[in-house]
Design a protein around this ligand. Sequence first.
Ligand SMILES: [Zn+2]
Length: 301
Amino acid sequence: MQSRIYKHLAATRLKKSTIAAIVLTILSLPLTGMRNSSLAQDQSHPNYEVYALSYGVYPNFPVSALMAGADKDRKINLQMMIWLVKGPGGKNILVDTGCYHENVVKGKGIKDLIKASDAIAKLGLSAADITDVVITHMHWDHADGMDLFPNAKIWIQKDEYGYYTGAAWQAGGKSGGIEPDDVLTIVKLNTAHKVNMVDGDDREIIDGIKVYTGGRHTFASQYVSVRTASGTVVIASDNMYLYENLEKHAPIAQTFDADSNLKAQDRMKQMASRLDLIVPGHDPMVFVKFPKPGNGVARIQ
Ligand SMILES: [Zn+2]
């Protein structure tokens, strides 16, 4: 192409240096154009900040209930956690909502229990500031606080919603870990047009925030990837309870499908920009690995 342009321009009897300048300009045009447009694209896509927030500790929890094949005598202080994804322009996305209703938390012995709305206050936010709530799954310790956020859209997998409002309570159904009142709450939120049902795997629900199925902690549990300045963060929630699940390549103990769970964990490794940017659902080490800013808040970066 270069020589053809040369011949054509030479035929117009321009000086060699002028021809060279024209050729260089012509050749560099498409590249410059591409570079500019991709730069503009990057700037138009927001990066988010991701925080893990402690809302309590469940003491002496058996590790064998978290990780398949673990020693029956091992216990840990289970970290109760939710995650705040903070974007520009007042976008505040809460991933899971903890638990607080008296009939749900009664007798469970959770220490230092605070409401999700009080946990976000540590970042200067009030319940009304939450624009979106992603429910990773319907278990009581993740979904019970979903009625605390008056302005939030709820994002849940369509199949998770369908199963736990229906077949889970029929003969042969699995309703373990689901609070009947939380089912009534999400149905009520749906009738108020506040629920967005996500239809399946690998869906970008908000620019830079995607959800994925296959973890099979519950019927259709989901995990979340978030674009940040440090790269892609994966909020695994209970699809990976502990860092040890990843390290030992062990499925979670409570799953509808152990093979699918392991595949989901392998996939998280592929999508996260660093291994430690995969945030497990209940590991107290999250607040050790990411000690800042502190006071039950860990910035994942
Ligand atoms: Zn949980």
